[in-house]
Design a protein around this ligand. Sequence first.
Ligand SMILES: *Cc1c(COP(=O)(O)O)cnc(C)c1O
Length: 428
Amino acid sequence: MEHARTVTPGGVNSPVRAFRAVGGTPRFIASAQGPWLTDVDGNRYVDLICSWGPMILGHRHPDVLAAVGAAAERGFSFGTPSENEVALATEIVGRVEPLEQVRLVSSGTEATMSALRLARGATGRSKVVKFAGCYHGHVDALLASAGSGLATFALPGSAGVPASSAGETIVLPYNDVAALEAAFAEHGEEIACLITEASPGNMGVVPPAPGFTQALRRITREHGALLISDEVMTGFRCSASGWYGVEGPYDEGAPDLFTFGKVMGGGFPAAAFGGRAELMGLLSPDGPVYQAGTLSGNPVATAAGLATLRGCTPQVYDHLDRVAHTIADAAHDALSAAGVPHTVQWAGSMFSVFFREGEVRAYDDAKDQDTEAFSRFFQAMLDQGVHLPPSAFEAWFVSASHDDEAVEAVLAALPIAARAASGSGGTI
Ligand SMILES: *Cc1c(COP(=O)(O)O)cnc(C)c1O
């Protein structure tokens, strides 16, 4: 890590990996198999990060490994059309009913950035509405964080984002229809689109209240704005067709655009955005909205994605559900026994544990938790060989490969970690 810090800012290529929220030194992972990570010192951990979602089948799944190997044998990148990308697009379009076309890109950030441009191109408007606590990648306009008040013109959430860019973004509290009505009443004519996580998972898991997604559809349509459902995290994880498969179809109509990433790349850089053919037809080369990528639809990445999606059978989703509930129930029991305030929330088989009491409906609730208790909990789990996401604001991810041995290891670690969280000992 010391050497990494000399050649890379903070020693990491994505900030959360640096353990700043929990303290201590990140583990350097040398290899992984199924539900297990092995670090460079030879220690094993049950993996509850799963690369933040993509490793839904577990590490080095034989079918994915074979598909990647076969694709790599044929060549790494062509810069021409190739068959795997069409097969992956077909698989995605076949799973999410409102989709007619998708374009493949290389990261979730690129997907949301491109979807915004398409929405602005389609409407000729510039403003974007997002929700506080929803993460859509590091797109300038989407890094804006909420100020106070009902509808706040956001301050940039990062240095280097021009005020002019953040000024086009309106940030609203999640699950608050009144705030949404007010913002659209005031700025409706200027709003190109509303982007939301289909079911937010980047402030911890905060599902939409009943009717909220439907209200988004109704209000955006009334004002001629597009609705973008960001399924980068939920896509093909919450169900075979993502959050849309859990909550949709909607009487009010489907979102106009969807974004995907994570699971659909199977651990490789592949992501997508898509919608109706008439809207997607506005993209280059058919239409005026430019969008491109040297590695878009990469043959190895798309082979991994396709093998992963094909491996996501109904049995896999049943297994994810069972394992997630077993772990979440045990975490709840252990934290209760140790007297640690907490709340478990769900979106399909995706869940997270907030270190506070009471329902979390929006970012302000999520921020109001005992992150120090989480840090103690996290470190005690790590000491016992369970690698949680190193932040209290993240979902815990499981995979089809989490078997009895891995689950038992998690269950054995939880009571000790819960006592550590409570501050009454438990360090080992
Ligand atoms: C991870 C994530 C992104 C960004 O994807 P990257 O591949 O990290 O750029 C966007 N939206 C959501 C909902 C995500 O969870």
